[in-house]
Design a protein around this ligand. Structure first.
Ligand SMILES: Nc1ncnc2c1ncn2[C@@H]1O[C@H](COP(=O)(O)OP(=O)(O)OP(=O)(O)O)[C@@H](O)[C@H]1O
Ligand SMILES: [Mg+2]
Length: 220
C-alpha cells in the first residue's frame, strides 16, 4: 500500500533520509521512532506527497512520487488522514464545524455530513462537546477533535505526527487507545513518536530512524 524504494532526501545538502526502503500494508499499526531531527516528519511528508524525494520513489496506492501531477495530490490525500505535529483547529468555529470542514471541501451532502460528523464525534468520545469552541477544550480534547477531523473521510491510512507531544501521560494513553481503536476498525496507522512508552504500549511494528537509515524492530 505504501512503498519507499531507496528514498533519499537532503536539505541544504545535509542528508536526512539516505536510501530508505519500506513497505506498509493495509491495516498495519506502525510506529516511527527516532530522536528529534532524525526525519520522522520528513518521512510522513513524503507519504503525504508534501515533499518529493531527491532520489528513489514513494508509492502510495499506486500513485508514484516520480509521476504524480499537481492535480492528483488532493485526490490521493483524501485517502489519507493526517494529524500534524502542531495541530490546529479553527478558533472561530465550534467542534462540529471543525470536523465537518473536512467533508464540506469534498462536496458531501449536508445530511451525510451531519450523520458522519456525529458518528465520528461519538467515536472519539466528544459528542457532548459538539457545540463547544476549541479554546474552551482541554489539550487532550482538542487533539481528539483533530483526530476526528482526520478520520471523518474514512481514510485508509492515518498519519499521526507526535499526536501526544503536549499531553500528560494519562491523556497520551487515551489518545493512543483511540488510535488503536481506529486501527481495529481497519485503518492503517503510522504513528511518529519519540515517546518510547507510547510506542511500547501501542504493540505496533517499530521502524527506527537514525542518521538517515531506517531499521526495523524494538531495540533502540
Ligand atoms: N524544510 C526544511 N528545510 C531545511 N531543513 C529541514 C526542513 N525540514 C526539515 N529539515 C531538517 O531535516 C531534519 C529532519 O527534520 P524532521 O522534522 O523530519 O525531524 P523529526 O524526526 O520529525 O524531529 P522532531 O522529533 O523534532 O519532530 C532536521 O535536521 C531539520 O532541521
Ligand atoms: Mg517531527
Amino acid at each position: 500500500m505504501i512503498y519507499f524504494r531507496n528514498v533519499s532526501v537532503a536539505f541544504d545538502n545535509v542528508p536526512v533520509l539516505d536510501g530508505v526502503s519500506l513497505h506498509i500494508g493495509p491495516g498495519e499499526f506502525v510506529c516511527l521512532v527516532g530522536q528529534s531531527g532524525m526525519g520522522k516528519t520528513t518521512l510522513l511528508r513524503l507519504i503525504y506527497f508534501d515533499l518529493i524525494p531527491d532520489r528513489g520513489e514513494v508509492l502510495v496506492h499506486e500513485t508514484a512520487s516520480s509521476s504524480i501531477r499537481k492535480k492528483d495530490v488532493p485526490l490521493i490525500r483524501r485517502k489519507l488522514g493526517v494529524v500534524f505535529q502542531d495541530f490546529k483547529l479553527l478558533d472561530d468555529r465550534n467542534v462540529f464545524e471543525n470536523v465537518a470542514i473536512a467533508l464540506r471541501v469534498t462536496g458531501t451532502p449536508a445530511g451525510e455530513i451531519d450523520k458522519r460528523v456525529l458518528r465520528v464525534l461519538a467515536d472519539v468520545g466528544l459528542s457532548h462537546k459538539r457545540s463547544s469552541m476549541p479554546g474552551n477544550l482541554s489539550g487532550g480534547e482538542q487533539q481528539r477533535v483533530v483526530i476526528a477531523r482526520s478520520i471523518v473521510n474514512n481514510p485508509v491510512v492515518l498519519l499521526a505526527d507526535e499526536p501526544t507531544g503536549n499531553l500528560d501521560t494519562e491523556t497520551s494513553g487515551e489518545i493512543l487507545q483511540l488510535l488503536r481503536d481506529i486501527n481495529e476498525g481497519g485503518t492503517a496507522v503510522v504513528l511518529a513518536s519519540h515517546n518510547e512508552e507510547i510506542v511500547r504500549k501501542s504493540g505496533g511494528r517499530v521502524l527506527r530512524l537514525h542518521e538517515g537509515k531506517l531499521t526495523e524492530g524494538p531495540g533502540g
